[in-house]
Design a protein around this ligand. Structure first.
Ligand SMILES: C[S@@+](CC[C@H](N)C(=O)[O-])C[C@H]1O[C@@H](n2cnc3c(N)ncnc32)[C@H](O)[C@@H]1O
Length: 278
């Protein structure tokens, strides 16, 4: 990746609907994230730094693990989404979380965190290894590093003749990510990113939500993702609003997948975790 942040467009946009979609997405991926945080070794009393915290879902999952004796600081460069995160934390009665506005690439924080975590954020950074190396300086010796990211590099292999619409959507989605400057292979690149950052080799998992029933939330989730991506899909000339047809997208996808009698795989996420020497 050679582009700088200023060349980039944030692929999913920053609308209220996108914030809602992030919260819904967390429901679909919460098992994968929960496993990551537990496998990485988060436990009671830890002080955790969550990078690119968005609407707060990963922060809240970490807060549950560290309990009232621990604390979690969420950092995001988008002040508006942090307002949503704060409102949600207050509504949930979470006293052990805080949110601050900041850029992952230029953070100035204490160096006594027990764990550094982040989901779906390294994918948007131009130099993730450099940033990770810098972020790891906020950890005490023996600190934990756990990141989760999407991997589209393997997603095209889901193409099947009986689901032409899904094949088309996967192609459009991957292309808009690529064109916006995001790393479409970030999930599997987590391994090299940790190594290039000078961190101990991480443990890895690869997982994706899969669903087939007519009532599954995944069809609407894909349609909502396309709602967020539509401005860039059109700006890059990848697809028009008429071709995407947001209003009927979820239903058309549901009909196609149900008729194919094979379940739909949502974009896979890779998790990577390691620990600094003590
Ligand atoms: C896809 S969202 C993920 C939010 C949350 N981690 C989750 O999984 O629900 C990515 C978030 O990273 C934030 N972000 C992107 N680049 C960032 C940077 N350089 N520094 C801080 N936050 C960043 C965005 O503002 C956005 O809220």
């Amino acid at each position: 990746m050679t582009s700088s942040n200023s060349d980039r467009a944030y692929t999913m946009g920053r609308s209220k609907e996108e914030t809602e979609r992030l919260i819904q997405q967390s429901g679909l991926y919460e098992d994968i994230t929960g496993r990551l945080l537990r496998d990485a070794g988060l436990f009671t009393g830890m002080k955790v730094l969550d990078i690119g915290s968005g609407a707060g879902d990963v922060t809240f999952a970490a807060a549950e693990l560290v309990g009232g004796e621990g604390e979690v600081l969420g950092v995001d460069m988008n002040p508006e989404i942090l307002e949503t995160a704060r409102t949600r934390a207050q509504a949930a009665g979470l006293a052990n979380v805080q949110f601050v506005v900041g850029d992952a690439q230029t953070l100035n924080l204490p160096n006594d965190f027990d764990a550094l975590i982040g989901r779906l954020v390294l994918v948007y950074l131009p130099n993730p290894a450099d940033t990770l190396k810098q972020l790891a300086t906020h950890l005490r010796p023996g600190g934990i590093i756990a990141f989760q990211d999407v991997d589209f590099s393997t997603y095209s292999s889901i193409a099947r003749p009986e689901t032409p619409m899904m094949n088309q959507l996967a192609e459009w989605g991957v292309e808009v990510f690529r064109r916006s400057g995001a790393n479409v292979g970030m999930g599997l690149d987590l391994y090299g990113t940790f190594v290039d950052a000078g961190l101990p080799e991480p443990s890895l998992q690869y997982a994706a939500p899969v669903g087939g029933p007519e009532t599954w939330i995944g069809y609407q989730f894909i349609a909502d993702a396309f709602r967020s991506m539509l401005p860039l899909l059109e700006a890059y000339g990848i697809a028009t609003a008429e071709e995407v047809d947001l209003e009927t997208l979820a239903q058309r996808l549901r009909t196609e997948v149900v008729a194919s009698k094979r379940p739909l795989i949502l974009p896979p996420h890779v998790t990577a975790w390691t620990q600094l020497p003590t």
